[in-house]
Design a protein. Structure first.
Length: 580
């Protein structure tokens, strides 16, 4: 039987548990008052501290199965502290430990394997313990997390030898096994931030680093510059040759994060240094009360405060809905809370019958799809302007540069403000039908639903642009939300989270949240479903204070105010979209 290392509370956490236990005990002998004046409570309960784990080395006389169970339980928590890995080392022979590449991959498991021990004689000195691990996600050497479409069996085995009467592991498969429910304790979900080429926005990149040294690893990556997929969508302000002078990024008692770098940093202009400090702070501080101090070796560097720093990706503007007007003619309205209002700049629909809508940030251009084969740009003082004609046009997405994105007969197309339109040559989409697409608020990334070998798949890629911000291609993508079945549509929910319209086992549809690089706040980064009104057929979402909208087959548009509260906004709605 597998035994999980029990959690050890910190003193603060234990104190909170005692207070709660005492409070629950009082429930049995006291009643809730139902009358009397309001009394303001003054008690303060300290927040619980970090969870600790009491790990143990191998027990004397442990048999092969007990040894493997104990090792897996301890080793999976090794990324959280060096001392835990030192305990795991006690289970392994020195030669095997030195040969084991634990960082090559991490297999995230839904449950522990059922181990089997190869038959061995009583006086045997070697044996093997093997099992089948059900893997739900993987983590590569770069910290990139990938969910699998469904739990996948992987065979794992350990060789054991006995010397001096005690069994020890003498052969290990490379990589680390981590239970999904413990993954978030061993690894730290880290969002790296890189500036866009115009320095106006941050481009986030999610990684999972070992908990014990995540700030050090994150700083090394920031100094190395954007990873290959982002090299044309983000920039580095770090001079070549700049690296950590000491392989440790520390935080003092006053919350100052010390990042000590090599002398190459002195060649950076003042505004680049300021931007680098802002970049490190966004990546490393996690919450308020911490700041970054950049130093050359042991000497603090003078860094002027940045006059303007990039903004986090956020949707600018209200959603726009297409609905039947009072006279039976289609109309466009802004969605503000649970109300519909007129557009800031009214537009002319002419005789169009829109079936899809897109709008640019900050009351930017409004674009509608008419039928399923024409795309028009609308304005207040001119008839609708035809942008594109083609079969099976997707509802448009309008990025911050005014470029309109869609797909024609499954291929990705863009239409520029100049009126020019063209297909993008995207190798990884060459044989796939694009079913839905949305550009992120900062314009550096795009989410795409495309047909794969086993059905629709969701991918996120960086948008490559030329010096005039005209799209030229898409980077190598990463897959997102692989377990979500039969995805019909995608939109941006948070800066590193997508909302997907997937199909439930009973055939109905629901929105699912899926993280780019794993979902924050869920066990092992797993995607999860949202509870919504019945029968959603379309959705619209934005990043920031933009509540999720769902549209059912009867044309009822509802807005998410809480997990259980979805008031109706309007009926007779044909389509809705946020800027982007």
């Amino acid at each position: 039987m597998t035994t999980q290392a029990p959690p050890r509370r910190s003193r603060r956490g234990t104190a909170v548990a005692v207070v709660l236990a005492a409070a629950l005990a009082l429930v049995g002998c006291a009643s809730m008052p139902t009358s009397g004046g309001v009394v303001e409570g003054t008690a303060e309960v300290a927040a619980p501290g970090e969870v600790g784990f009491d790990v143990q080395g191998p027990a004397s006389g442990a048999d092969p199965m007990q040894l493997v169970q104990g090792f897996v339980n301890v080793a999976q928590l090794g990324p959280a502290s060096t001392s835990t890995f030192n305990v795991a080392r006690e289970y392994v022979t020195p030669a095997a430990w030195n040969a084991w590449d634990r960082a090559s991959r991490v297999l995230v498991l839904s449950e522990y394997p059922e181990w089997e021990v190869a038959a061995y004689e009583e006086d045997a000195t070697t044996t093997t313990v093997s099992g089948e691990a059900m893997v739900v996600a993987t983590l590569d050497e770069a910290g990139v997390y990938s969910e699998l479409p469904e739990p996948s069996p992987v065979d794992v085995s350990y060789e054991l030898s006995r010397d001096g009467g005690e069994w020890r592991m003498s052969g290990l498969d490379d990589g680390l096994l981590v239970l999904q429910t413990l993954f978030g304790y061993a690894f730290h979900r880290t969002t790296l931030y890189y500036p866009t080429p115009d320095r106006r926005w941050w481009v986030p990149d999610v990684r999972w680093y070992p908990e014990q040294a995540w700030r050090t690893t994150a700083s090394q990556q920031i100094l190395a510059g954007p990873p290959p997929p982002l090299v044309q969508s983000a920039i580095s302000v770090v001079p070549e040759g700049t690296a950590l002078a000491i392989d440790a990024v520390t935080v003092d008692d006053e919350g100052v994060i010390d990042v000590s770098v090599t002398s190459a940093i002195t060649s950076a202009p003042a505004d680049d240094r300021a931007l680098l400090v802002a970049q490190l702070e966004e990546t490393l501080r996690e919450g308020e009360g911490r700041s970054v101090e950049l130093s050359e070796g042991s000497s603090p560097l003078a860094v002027e405060a940045a006059t303007e720093t990039p903004s986090h990706p956020v949707t600018l503007g209200d959603a726009v809905a297409v609905l039947e007007g009072d006279d039976g003619e289609p109309a466009l309205r802004r969605v503000v809370g649970t109300e519909l209002t007129d557009l800031e700049q009214p537009v002319r629909l002419g005789d169009l019958t829109p079936t899809g809508v897109g709008v640019g940030p900050d009351d930017g251009p409004v674009v509608v799809r008419a039928g399923d084969d024409r795309l028009f740009r609308l304005s207040a003082d001119a008839p609708p302007a035809l942008l594109l004609r083609g079969d099976d046009l997707l509802a448009p997405s309008v990025d911050r540069f005014g470029t309109v994105w869609t797909a024609v007969d499954g291929r990705t197309w863009v239409a520029l403000e100049s009126g020019e339109s063209f297909a993008l040559d995207v190798e990884w989409l060459a044989d796939a039908q694009v079913r839905s697409l949305r550009v992120s608020p900062e314009g550096a990334r795009i989410a795409v639903v495309a047909d794969g070998a086993d059905g629709p798949e969701v991918w996120v890629a960086a948008v490559e642009r030329d010096a005039d911000d005209v799209p030229t291609g898409l980077s190598v993508p990463v897959r997102v939300g692989a377990p979500v079945p039969s995805v019909a549509a995608v939109d941006w929910y948070e800066e590193t989270t997508l909302v997907l319209l997937g199909r439930n086992p009973d055939g109905t549809r629901s929105p699912y949240l899926a993280g780019i690089g794993g979902l924050a706040g869920s066990a092992g980064g797993a995607s999860r479903a949202l509870v919504t009104p019945s029968g959603p057929q379309a959705l619209a979402s934005g990043v920031g204070a933009s509540p999720l909208l769902v549209l059912d087959s009867g044309g009822v548009l509802s807005v998410r105010q809480s997990s259980a509260l979805w008031p109706s906004v309007a009926t007779g709605v044909r389509a809705a979209a946020y800027p982007g």
